[in-house]
Design a binder for this molecule. Sequence first.
Ligand SMILES: Cc1cc2nc3c(=O)[nH]c(=O)nc-3n(C[C@H](O)[C@H](O)[C@H](O)COP(=O)(O)OP(=O)(O)OC[C@H]3O[C@@H](n4cnc5c(N)ncnc54)[C@H](O)[C@@H]3O)c2cc1C
Length: 396
Amino acid sequence: MSISEAGPAQVDVAIVGAGMAGTTLAILLGRAGRKVALIDPHRVHHEEFRAEKIGMDQMLLFEKLGLDATLKRLVTSTTDTHVFRLGQFFAHEKKAEFTFSYGALINGLRDALPAQVPLTVGKVTEVSTGPDRQRLVLADGTVIDARLLVVATGHGEAVRRAVGVERIEQSKAHSLSMGFDLAISPSDFGHQSVTCYSRRAADRIAYISIFPLGDKMRANMFLYRNVAEPWTRAFRQEPQKMLCELMPEIAVRCGNFEVASPVEVRQISLSTTQGHRRDGVIFIGDAFCTTCPTPGVGIGRVMTDVDQLHSVHIPRWLETPGMAADKINAFYDDPVKVAADEDGMRVSYYAKSITADTGLEWRVRRLRNNTARQLMIIGRKVRHLGQRRAPVANMR
Ligand SMILES: Cc1cc2nc3c(=O)[nH]c(=O)nc-3n(C[C@H](O)[C@H](O)[C@H](O)COP(=O)(O)OP(=O)(O)OC[C@H]3O[C@@H](n4cnc5c(N)ncnc54)[C@H](O)[C@@H]3O)c2cc1C
């Protein structure tokens, strides 16, 4: 199908937004033989600070969808993380993780689009939706006529507004995410990856994660502060000095935190959607709901939407005529989707409270958790000492 041909292009599904959700859904529907139009204003997804790491749970979702081979070509694999808590070494976790730069990942996924699903570069200027057909007009006059419209525009508001669907902020300026490169090389770094939790609740830092990304070491820090507050401005100006003070326990391993790039900062709000139960159109991924990056569940939530739509709902919807709200609602009421969204919200609030909430309940919880952790650290040190003394004892 060529959308540049005269007359409206007729497709089964029009997807607006070629980020993680839109591109993966287009690949899957294209592979299943559906007629799909995928529209985005940019041919090349620009470099931006977004998700840079997923775990095995999320990779298993890509594997289930047959996208893991594509993904694995675009990521750096790690197997080993040293965890620091309470200012001390806490645990050596052997777990698979996959790191990437978001723009390169999306562009790599776009390269995997089947030949019959080209990316249409254009701006949507008009949208009309209904119980049978959906109509999109692009800025260059191209008209696309679809049975189903999927809105996967992430934080973009233009199409959401054109459809008349509202974003509801559940927790404004909920957290801050920071990303920067370290000057040290992966081979000189003390460990493969490091996660270091903050020692003091007053710092309002959840943790810093340092990991290899290609041939460099990358740092992601998640905290509960505002982008405009003096602390944040000071950190951007002097990240090395402040990190050496905040996390001296890992400073030496990190080349004393010499930073090799500007500190990218993103303020994160939690949001949901209102007025979305309507004929012909569905909102997915961050266009439907945004959670906090701290617990690292965003990509899992996005891919759950894609999986349920591709495996369960869209094949059913296309079997019978019409695309009225009763069909669409089955997706929003899907228990698997609902659980993924609710879980994402729940862990977003929990991560903030357990890190920085000064209420009595959360202070008690932190004390309990940290006491248990301190005992584990002491236990490990005692065992380690015992192992070192054992040969001497045996000689007596
Ligand atoms: C700083 C940060 C760190 C994060 N870290 C993690 C993490 O560690 N782990 C994790 O799991 N998740 C993380 N996330 C969340 C994760 O990145 C998102 O949930 C996920 O990328 C959302 O994918 P999406 O496809 O919904 O949106 P996007 O990937 O943003 O795609 C939206 C697409 O829509 C296009 N678009 C916008 N407007 C229009 C329009 N009008 N017409 C056509 N197209 C349009 C855009 O060009 C873009 O291509 C993080 C998020 C942030 C902000």
